[in-house]
Design a protein around this ligand. Structure first.
Ligand SMILES: [Cu+2]
Length: 354
């Protein structure tokens, strides 16, 4: 305990406490701020509707390079991309999954279409055939004296062993898929904090320094004007770079919501008081829609999700347009602590008494 008297160590402890206090302060800000945010954001930013639309097909590696060379980074502007019909959104009379654009989604799609569906179909047809055969062959009219057969060891072994083998074969890719979905995110994953509200979404990019902004459904006329599907189009999208893993920290502010984007095979409950984590990697540029997937109140059906996947340079331009730093994470060593030090010092005092 003597060592505590050393001034250097006192300073270090004060610094540690103040960092903790700042963390708490930030959390509080995040929790309270959005309440006033939505109206302002919506009013100030109906821009995506009127803005011109660009082709989603640009090749990430080649095409934008020339443009970038000509225009310095500061000039880079973000223009919301137009969705491709039938991609990343439901289609009329569609019964299949949406085309998958993430590795997990492709794996799951393969598992369903190559393993499960054929096996289910074969078993169903086989059982149906057996039933029909029994109904016809052993009908009462043709068999006035019923058979007294009760046991057949060979058949019993077969009808136990074969289903066990089938289940074992299914279990291998099934457990592999399950494990892949719970793999921890890579170190260079892009972190986005997703918050479900009644009834809209909030997105924040802590490492890029983009504070939470609100994403609300576009009214019908604005959605149509923007060439987007009504009840899926939003004013402010989540924007991610193509090919980079995204780590979502999902939480709810009021009731339980669920963040779901079918084209990424992504769904995670947004539970108040919990920070749920999930990941996805979008490997195709485009606009992908989702919806809240947990009954959350009267406007549950009107809090859609729109994720725009951009080539890396265009994503960086979007980050800059939001006032963020694409090169994040914001380094903890130098910049951040000096900026927040004064507030932290005062905030740390009450904490120190405890
Ligand atoms: Cu909801």
């Amino acid at each position: 305990m003597k060592s505590l008297k050393t001034p250097v160590i006192k300073v270090l402890i004060a610094a540690a406490l103040s960092l903790g206090a700042v963390g708490a302060g930030q959390a509080q800000t995040a929790a309270t701020a959005p309440a006033e945010a939505p109206a302002a954001t919506v009013a100030a930013n109906p821009a995506p509707v009127a803005a011109p639309v660009e082709a989603p097909a640009a090749t990430p590696a080649t095409a934008p390079a020339a443009g970038d060379a000509a225009a310095p980074a500061a000039d880079a502007t973000y223009v919301p991309m137009k969705p491709t019909p039938g991609v990343g959104q439901p289609i009329d009379r569609g019964i299949d999954f949406q085309p998958q654009v993430s590795p997990i989604g492709e794996q799951a799609y393969w598992f369903n279409h190559v393993m499960l569906l054929p096996i289910i179909t074969i078993i169903s047809l086989f059982v149906l055939g057996l039933l029909l055969w029994v109904i016809v062959r052993y009908r009462a009219k043709a068999n006035p004296v019923p058979s007294k057969t009760t046991h057949n060891t060979f058949i019993e072994i077969i009808w136990t062993a074969i289903p066990v083998l089938i289940l074992a074969v299914i279990a291998v890719p099934s457990i592999r898929l399950l494990a892949a979905q719970y793999e921890p995110p890579k170190k260079d994953a892009l972190t986005i904090k997703v918050t479900g509200y009644q009834w809209y979404w909030g997105y924040a990019y802590p490492d890029q320094g983009i504070g939470e902004y609100v994403s609300k459904m576009l009214p019908e006329d604005q959605a149509k004007a923007a060439g987007e599907p009504y009840q899926l189009a939003v004013d402010n999208r989540m924007v991610v770079p193509v090919g980079r893993q995204v780590k979502l920290i999902v939480t709810g502010a009021d009731v339980i919501h669920s963040f779901a984007v079918p084209a990424f095979w992504t769904k995670m409950d947004a539970v108040p008081g919990r920070a749920n984590e999930t990941t996805f990697t979008a490997n195709k540029v485009g606009v992908y829609y989702g919806q809240c997937s947990e009954l959350c109140g009267v406007d549950h059906g009107y809090m859609p999700i729109a994720v725009e996947v951009l080539p890396v340079d265009k994503w960086e331009a979007w980050v800059r347009s939001k006032g963020g730093n694409p090169a994040g994470p914001v380094v903890e060593t130098a910049a951040a602590p000096t900026e927040i030090a004064p507030a932290a010092a005062s905030a740390a005092l009450p904490a120190a008494k405890n």
